[in-house]
Design a protein around this ligand. Structure first.
Ligand code: NDP
Length: 337
């Protein structure tokens, strides 16, 4: 059973080639109430870098990740070999799930029905990313017709869904993304009304031109210059969700960037809400699935995945994703689905 672990080298701002190490261990044996599963899709998410920098993971242990896996051997009632599951196998070919297997409390393993959507989407639009977008855009910001909504990392896993949820509610939606092909995708495929590039030296002017009546809702995924560009455009009564600040995830410790943005937007009269998706699993997962399940199935909501191949590619794909090298939700397929 091969898996990636932290090598134990000091962790700097961003992942480096020697941050991770590929190891081989024995095949785990399921005890009572457990199942052995084979990992198919490994989800690579920005929060995993925070785990590593914070010391949540010990060198030697498999790196954490949400996964889509297939049951090999089961001692869990109702789960049989061949079943597909959402679980947290991490950057590992095989792992146990079930009783006594450590996992974040809100990442509850569940059996998947392949008839209800591509299994890879269980770690994306029909899972935590869909719920993140739904909680921020629908529940917290209450996006509605007449609003001008700005979404950063607009072509990414969360951003593409957040913007489309606002479009479905009749809002005017402006994306912020990096390279030209991403900006084109955001308008031409996702149907946002406009998209500006944070790589442009005229970002602030471009965003102001794309939002001539100001900004009612800001879904924040990035921070830094994008936030600075939105700040002067907020209208009275504007709402903002701080979902993530990926541009700061390699920063040295200092003033908490979430607190800084909340303070500065708050000074302009904006209602700012922090988002942690785990708080919405019990209350809104079902509502999210009821909307996004059919909308993805019939094509009203588009969802792009960036799927890399092979366990070996994980560290490189992870580092690329943190810097915008992904085009769509980043996943690695490490076994046949
Ligand atoms: P994405 O698929 O959006 O990938 C990250 C993207 O961030 C990149 O593709 C890149 O897009 C953009 N980016 C990276 N660095 C910069 C930078 N310096 N300036 C501008 N853009 C940058 O990832 P996710 O959808 O998984 O996550 C998006 C955000 O949502 C993250 O901040 C994440 O932490 C947050 N999140 C928060 C959750 C919560 O509970 N609050 C739950 C899940 C995610 P581009 O090339 O367009 O610049």
């Amino acid at each position: 059973n091969r898996y990636w672990t932290l090598s134990g080298k000091p962790i700097g701002g961003w992942p480096e080639a020697d941050t991770f190490e590929l190891r081989e261990g024995p095949m785990p044996t399921p005890g009572e109430g457990q199942a052995l599963t084979r990992t198919i899709y490994v989800s690579l998410d920005p929060y995993q870098w925070a785990y590593k920098r914070r010391g949540t993971e010990a060198p030697g242990a498999p790196c954490h990740a949400r996964t889509v896996s297939q049951v090999v051997e089961s001692r869990i009632p109702g789960l049989s070999p061949g079943d597909f599951v959402f679980n947290t196998n991490g950057w590992s070919e095989y792992a146990l799930m079930g009783e006594g297997v450590p996992r974040p409390g809100y990442m509850v393993p569940r059996k998947l029905d392949p008839a209800k959507g591509k299994i890879s989407q269980a770690v994306g639009v029909l899972g935590m990313l869909g719920l993140t977008a739904y909680a921020g855009m629908v529940v917290q910001c209450g996006a509605k017709a007449g609003d001008t909504v700005v979404v950063t990392a607009a072509s990414g896993g969360v951003g593409q869904i957040a913007g489309q949820l606002a479009k479905l509610r009749g809002a005017r939606v402006v994306g912020v993304a990096g390279k030209p092909d991403k900006c084109r995708f955001v308008t031409e495929t996702l149907g946002f009304d406009a998209c500006v590039s944070h790589l442009s030296p005229t970002l602030a002017q471009d965003l102001a031109a794309a939002c001539p009546d100001g900004v009612d809702v800001y879904f924040e995924n990035v921070g830094g210059p994008s936030f600075e560009a939105v700040l002067p455009l907020f209208k009275p009564g504007a709402r903002m969700t701080i979902c993530g600040l990926i541009s700061t995830y390699g920063d040295a410790p200092g003033e908490d960037p979430r607190a800084m943005e909340a303070r500065r937007a708050g000074e302009r009269g904006v209602t700012v809400t922090d988002l942690f998706v785990g708080d919405y699993v019990d209350s809104h997962h079902a509502a999210m699935l009821a909307e996004l399940g059919p909308a993805v199935a019939d094509g009203r909501v588009k969802y792009l995945e960036d799927i890399r191949e092979g366990l070996e590619t994980i560290p490189q794909a992870f580092a690329e994703m943190l810097k915008g090298g992904n085009f769509g939700k980043m996943l690695v397929r490490i076994a046949e689905d």
